[in-house]
Design a protein around this ligand. Structure first.
Ligand code: NAD
Ligand code: UGA
Length: 480
């Protein structure tokens, strides 16, 4: 039984490669993930950790990324990841640039390649760019010698699995069963989210082969996820549920942000409003933190994808509804910069402004779609001297703003970043920023010293007492 695959009647052939280091007889499944990024790497590290009898390979075309994974120093910053990786690396978890060989060996192939917003041609700026996904599917088809379960892990438009099924099974040959298994992890908490997911979602076809494939994937997750949290449904519902989940989360952020401006004017405190609203069990307390807007590689991308899908099906009002969530997000970061300008006598020309935090959220080095990128660019347009600090994202920040030259300085020490500054803008809620000695910082700043708290992270009252003029999102300014 050790070598049987879970689709009925299909015997798994042994391969020469099974004599590779770490591949022991008796291992029950051979899993491959194509794409070793923020999702593929951590997800496979957890599967390998929780399923020691499976052999897990992760393939990527990015050699530097693969070398980093192989070295035990992940190419991404994610709390707890290094420890989980260390438990399985070179035991039953392997990283490779040779996807071809890994495809031949695999029973289950996860595809976790990037699906960014399309930047060219039809649907540019809205639709998902599926070129990496399709290339991967064609590679799987070209190399597979035995039936495979192909798992759509990337976030994709509804009915992508159908297209993939069509490509993979065109012209006959070995059979491919395509499943949807969207990922819900959030960066910064990826390991906890993977270890204790609210739910695992698996979409499959309502056929004997489809059900067997779903069951095979359920068995993987059932190693550590309670069965009642493993949800199975049809492929299209699964694909849409992923887009819908991100749309709902993003919508909550835009909703609270839409109230923050009103709070600042009326004297209400957006944190109190969020607490009061969130205590209603029908609403719930999460994702109601007002701030400078959501960033990250997915919310905007997935919302725009939903907009594109709705428009494509003639659902223009629905498209407009979701588009507004993105517009509100863009508005919020513009509003933040406009507020900075207004409170700094309508000019920041030549003024040093320290930016605390560049990652799109705390506990990650990821800066994709970080609101800070837009805020820094706007400040540079206003001819400010911008000094960026971040404990994990400075390398990414350098590359994101590489075209701005001397207008931006990257500073690894937050005290030095703030030295001689007219203002600090806190844009990522790293714990570190709550622990700094603000008296020391204040004394080395140009007076009047302004602190713009874009995440409501700091004790505004204490800062005001030190001498700062404090402007926190959704709250009345405290000024001297
Ligand atoms: P990523 O860019 O970090 O990783 C994707 C990887 O795929 C890259 O390393 C890239 O080199 C590799 N790749 C691309 N084409 C390839 C090919 N032909 N062969 C081998 N490797 C290839 O992206 P990510 O953040 O991991 O996201 C992957 C997918 O998961 C996206 O669809 C995203 O929407 C979704 N998702 C992301 C998150 C998140 O928090 N980042 C959470 C849930 C879902
Ligand atoms: C988000 C979702 O939370 C995940 O479930 C999903 O899997 C993932 O997108 C994805 O599909 O990529 P992520 O973007 O990593 O995860 O991080 P979040 O914690 O959702 O934060 C996203 C952005 O919203 C950050 O910029 C964060 O600062 C902001 N945010 C979040 C707020 O402004 N207020 C909040 O109350 C919560």
């Amino acid at each position: 039984m050790g070598w049987r695959w879970h689709l009925p009647g299909v015997e798994k052939k042994r391969h020469e490669s099974e004599t590779l280091d770490g591949w022991e007889e008796g291992m029950k499944k051979n899993i491959l993930c194509i794409g070793a990024g923020y999702v593929g790497g951590p997800t496979m590290a957890v599967i390998a950790d929780r399923c020691p009898e499976y052999r897990v390979q992760v393939a990527d075309i990015n050699e530097a990324r693969i070398r980093a994974w192989q070295s035990g120093e992940p190419p991404i910053y994610e709390p707890g990841l290094k420890e989980v990786l260390a438990r399985s690396l070179n035991r039953n978890l392997f990283f490779t640039t040779n996807a071809d060989q890994a495809i031949e060996e695999a029973d289950i192939i996860f595809v976790s390649v990037n699906t960014p917003t399309k930047t060219f041609g039809e649907g540019a700026g809205l639709a998902a760019d599926l070129q990496h996904w399709e290339r991967t599917a064609r590679q799987i088809k070209a190399r597979a010698r035995s039936p495979k379960i192909v798992v759509e892990k990337s976030t994709v438009p509804v009915r992508t699995a159908e297209a993939m099924d069509y490509i993979l099974n065109a012209g006959g040959g070995v059979h491919f069963e395509v499943l949807s298994n969207p990922e819900f992890l959030a960066e910064g908490t990826a390991i906890r989210d993977l270890m204790e997911p609210d739910r695992v979602l698996i979409g499959g076809r309502d056929t004997a082969e489809g059900k067997a494939a779903v069951q095979s994937l359920v068995e993987v997750y059932a190693h550590w996820v309670p069965r009642e949290r493993i949800l199975t449904m049809d492929v299209w519902s699964s694909e849409l549920s992923k887009l819908a989940s991100n749309a709902f989360l993003a919508q909550r952020i835009s909703s609270i942000n839409a109230l923050s401006g009103l709070c600042e004017i009326t004297g209400a405190d957006v944190r109190d409003v969020a607490t009061a609203v969130g205590m209603d069990r029908r609403i719930g307390p999460h994702f109601l933190n007002a701030g400078v807007g959501f960033g990250g590689s997915c919310f905007q991308k997935d919302l725009l994808n939903l907009v594109y899908l709705c428009e494509g099906h003639g659902l223009h009002n629905e498209a407009e509804y979701w588009r507004q969530v993105v517009r509100m997000n863009e508005h919020q970061r513009h509003r933040f910069v406009r507020g900075m300008l207004a409170h700094m006598f309508n000019t920041v020309v030549g003024k040093r402004i320290a930016i605390f935090g560049f990652a799109f959220k705390a506990n990650t080095g990821d800066t994709r779609e970080s609101p800070t990128i837009h805020i820094c660019r706007q400040l540079v347009e206003e001819r400010a001297q911008v000094v960026v600090h971040d404990p994990q994202a400075l390398d990414n920040a350098r590359s994101d703003l590489s075209d701005l030259g001397d207008a931006v300085i990257f500073e690894p020490d937050p005290y030095r970043a703030a030295e001689g500054a007219h203002a600090i803008a806190l844009l990522t809620a790293w714990n570190l920023y709550a622990q700094l000695d603000y008296r020391r910082i204040y004394e080395r700043m140009i007076q009047p010293a302004c602190l713009f708290d874009g995440r409501n992270q700091l004790d505004a009252e204490a800062l005001f007492r030190i001498g700062f003029n404090v402007y926190a999102i959704g709250r009345t300014p405290r000024t001297h």
